[in-house]
Design a protein around this ligand. Structure first.
Ligand SMILES: [Zn+2]
Length: 274
């Protein structure tokens, strides 16, 4: 599943090919995505230019240039990907939407499970119901250990689902929550309200570290955005705990354990995480 680093890598990968470019054609092969593709998508896009891309949580925002022209909000769902195809490159199965730009680049959306969507942003970023209640970006200054400490007081829920709550901080999915808790030495089962401010400072630093490392690593795969093969933006990383239950801890060589927290599989080292 694309997580925040993959979405950010996608933004960085496609931006140079689409920003400031005019859309000369839009093709919708399959309108039945998680949200149906808007009926007026083609009409409003053709002849418009794309402004500066941005990202909020796992949403990509593609503004159209010109006052009141609106913005597309794109979510990759469980299996979606956006990449740059070249004119004449035939669509494959599950290539549902193409935006064709002057100059010949095609922004092509691929999504076998169709849990992603493209839609118009409802008004502004500040008013769209999908964005309005989101917590801060994990790589922004608004996210820190103090925030985690303050919001967790009195909370009995385990720290891992707390950290994955989008109202607390956005974009910390299962992989990065698991990895950050390992780096910070915190047991994912520990009650969120019983963790000290100092340990939350370490956890916030670990969240930033794992996400920044993943984005940096994703940057090395950027050429995949313009090749015809592979899954653009999805990259294998060296993970310490996620997906490694039953294997040895990289720090102490003890066996990593699997527990379920908030309906999500959670792997941790009982010796290194307290
Ligand atoms: Zn260990």
């Amino acid at each position: 599943m694309p997580e925040l680093p993959e979405v950010e890598t996608t933004r960085l990968g496609i931006a140079p090919h689409v920003e400031g470019r005019e859309i000369v054609e839009a093709i919708v092969r399959q309108p039945r995505l998680r949200v149906p593709v808007p009926d007026d998508l083609i009409e409003r896009l053709v002849g418009s230019r794309i402004g500066t891309l941005s990202r909020r949580a796992k949403y990509l925002l593609l503004p159209l240039e010109g006052e009141g022209a609106g913005s597309l909000i794109w979510h990759l769902g469980m299996s979606g990907s956006l990449r740059i195809a070249r004119l004449g490159e035939l669509p494959k199965k599950h290539d549902h939407v193409d935006l064709v730009f002057d100059g010949g680049a095609i922004l092509r959306y691929h999504d076998p499970r169709r849990f992603g969507f493209v839609d118009w942003l409802a008004g502004s970023q500040e008013s769209d119901p999908r964005l309005v209640n989101l917590g801060p970006e994990p790589l922004s200054e608004a996210f820190d250990g103090e925030r985690l400490y303050r919001l967790s007081r009195g909370r009995r829920m385990a720290v891992k689902p707390f950290l994955m709550d989008n109202a607390v901080v956005v974009g910390v999915g299962n992989i990065y929550a698991s990895e950050a808790l390992f780096l910070a030495g915190i047991d994912p089962r520990r009650a969120a309200g019983r963790i000290s401010r100092e340990r939350y400072e370490r956890l916030a630093a670990a969240v930033r570290e794992v996400l920044a490392a993943a984005i940096t690593q994703g940057g090395t795969t950027l050429r995949d955005f313009v090749s015809g093969t592979g899954e653009p933006g999805y990259f294998k990383q060296r993970l310490n705990v996620y997906g490694r239950h039953g294997q040895g801890c990289r720090r102490c060589n003890g066996e990593l354990r699997l527990v379920t927290l908030g309906q999500r599989a959670s792997v941790f080292c009982p010796a290194c995480q307290k």
